[in-house]
Design a protein around this ligand. Structure first.
Ligand code: IMP
Ligand code: MG
Length: 194
């Protein structure tokens, strides 16, 4: 039998490696899946089969992967590209400054773009990305988010397709993180504060 990991110096537990807090479920995997299917139907009807999906990373990757497969069932055959944007740092408040960490490589001129992110909060991230894609010559840019935290908006922006509208709560799972944890949860939850 393999020996267990040697204890850390002084016998201390490496607490930093454990996910912080406890997560209470807000939307189950089944609820999310049903909503994603309905969004795909709506998007296919409005935008048609020939679109360019631009997914905002990191948070948008799970939602985008599920939505793409749902779109397939509605006859949509999108191109797909990714853009990594950051405004957050590791805490629960946005810094306000959006920066591109990784840009898309596809040509967006005359494209019908579906810009996807996990959540719309202040609106700065998607306002920045939409403006950039418009400046580069996109024919249209429609916004799609799984979650909309309307109360926290700091800019004039609304999504064309919204999964769920939520209150001023910090959520994790299904792509969303807290301090790099919880992106892999198949559901959306709130970190309990007790
Ligand atoms: P905005 O620019 O303020 O709209 O923020 C959008 C970005 O902040 C999202 O793409 C998320 O990455 C992150 N974010 C906002 N609210 C939450 C949350 O409740 N949990 C995890 N990440 C969040
Ligand atoms: Mg994000």
């Amino acid at each position: 039998m393999r020996d267990p990991e040697p204890p850390l110096a002084g016998g201390m537990i490496d607490a930093a490696r454990r996910p912080p807090g406890r997560v209470e479920m807000m939307y189950s995997a089944a609820e999310i899946s049903a909503r994603v299917g309905a969004l795909a139907a709506d998007i296919a009807e409005t935008l048609g089969p020939d679109i360019l999906v631009v997914a905002v990373l990191k948070g948008g990757f799970v939602f985008t992967a599920d939505l793409l497969r749902a779109l397939h069932h509605h006859g949509v055959h999108p191109r797909i590209d990714f853009m990594t944007l950051s405004s957050y740092g590791t805490g629960m408040e946005s810094s306000g400054q959006v920066t591109i960490t990784r840009d898309i490589t596809d040509d967006v001129r005359r494209a019908k773009i579906l810009l996807i992110d996990d959540i719309l909060e202040s609106g700065r991230t998607l306002a920045f990305a939409r403006e950039l894609l418009r400046e580069r010559g996109a024919e249209m840019v429609h916004l799609c988010v799984l979650l909309d935290k309307r109360e926290k908006r700091k800019t004039e922006i609304n999504a064309d397709y919204v999964g769920f509208t939520i209150g001023d709560e910090f959520v994790v799972g299904y792509g969303l993180d807290y301090a790099h944890y919880y992106r892999e949860l198949p559901y959306i939850g709130i970190i309990a504060t007790d």
